[in-house]
Design a protein around this ligand. Structure first.
Ligand SMILES: Nc1ncnc2c1ncn2[C@@H]1O[C@H](COP(=O)(O)OP(=O)(O)O)[C@@H](O)[C@H]1O
Ligand SMILES: [Mg+2]
Length: 321
């Protein structure tokens, strides 16, 4: 075990996350449909840059869309990497989430279709940098995103928010709008640095704005299991996060890094890559943890019952069966 030099007391995350750690029981069918119909909002947050938030937001969104869920990806980062990663290069004339937050456009007016039939994008823009300042004195400055998404969220099975690498007003808006949070991190020695800050911010958000926000999970990204250090850090993280640490880990994979420069999620850039497989596995774990059977899973099941010999075993879904 590596020495514990992290500032968070053991179990802090877990006790903080007590509202969220209860595993959902296998949900009754109608209730599942109701949950899906309600349109859940999943924030992908970590104030550290370069931990895989955008890569996760794009590729989880794409995998779930291919699984048959209707997904809206919202790019809340002034760097707009989620937008360019889906092929929308910088365009100062295009409306973005900035206009929506400022009350100059509705979300519906700004949402764009993508190369995947069931994936939609609410693009970001460089203007968002100004939103932090411009919203500072505004009324309901923390609840703008939540309000903006209200009219559209029921049209999607899931809304995914890609957050900036900062604990700023934009991230605060995302925390307030989210029903649950996915925290990507790298298995490095200082992985927990900054997490105590994120957690105390979450506590404040919970008590002031959004008492029901839960931790969906913590996801290890850019994982290299050849190193002992990665394995030791994983053990430490599992002690802190317990069942909130996702079993799926995203390996370091060059295709994941290349895909955004082609404006595509990895599944369209290289469907056979390890990165594609990992993000499908993540989608499978997300669906399983939330008791959701995707439309594609239903089709696979039906096809398997009719033609067991045709069951496609090439892509594995968690939990493996
Ligand atoms: N699993 C991975 N394997 C290889 N490169 C990755 C992986 N995940 C992310 N990257 C690359 O690492 C960099 C940071 O990732 P990104 O998703 O943009 O992080 P964040 O949004 O947290 O700042 C990007 O260049 C991205 O392409
Ligand atoms: Mg990013």
């Amino acid at each position: 075990m590596i020495e514990n030099r992290h500032p968070i007391p053991r179990g802090a995350f877990h006790s903080f996350a007590q509202f969220s750690t209860a595993q959902l029981p296998i949900l009754k069918h109608a209730f599942v449909l109701l949950l899906i119909a309600m349109g859940k909002i999943l924030g992908v947050v970590n104030q550290k840059g370069g931990v895989g938030k955008t890569t996760t937001a794009i590729n989880l969104a794409a995998s779930l869309a291919i699984e048959g869920l209707k997904i809206l990806l919202v790019d809340c980062d002034p760097q707009a990497n989620a937008s360019s990663g889906l092929g929308f290069q910088r365009d100062d004339n295009r409306h973005s989430i900035y206009d929506v937050l400022m009350g100059d456009a509705s979300a519906e007016q700004v949402i764009l279709p993508t190369q995947l039939e069931l994936l939609w994008l609410l693009p970001g823009s460089k203007n968002l940098t100004g939103a932090n300042l411009e919203l500072a004195a505004a009324s309901d400055r923390a609840g703008r995103l939540r309000q903006a998404l209200l009219p559209v969220q029921a049209s999607y099975d899931l809304v995914i928010l890609d957050c900036p690498p900062a604990l700023d007003l934009l991230t605060l808006n995302a925390l307030v709008a989210s029903n649950s949070l996915l925290v990507p991190m790298q298995a490095e020695y200082f992985a927990l640095e900054g997490i105590s800050e994120l957690i105390s911010n979450l506590e404040r958000v919970r008590s002031a704005f959004n008492p029901t926000v839960t931790i969906e999970g913590v996801l290890l990204t850019m994982y290299d299991d050849r190193t002992n250090l990665a394995q030791q850090v994983t053990e430490t993280l599992r002690e802190y996060f317990r069942d909130r640490l996702y079993r799926t880990v995203i390996p370091r994979n060059v295709r994941l890094a290349e895909a955004p420069s082609h404006g595509k999620p990895v599944v369209l850039y290289d469907p056979r890559s390890k990165g594609t497989e990992a993000y499908f596995e993540l989608a499978g774990e997300y669906l399983a943890r939330n008791g959701i059977e995707s439309p594609r899973a239903k089709q696979r099941k039906a096809a398997g019952a009719l033609h067991p010999e045709k069951l496609d075993k090439s892509v594995r879904f968690w939990p493996y069966s």
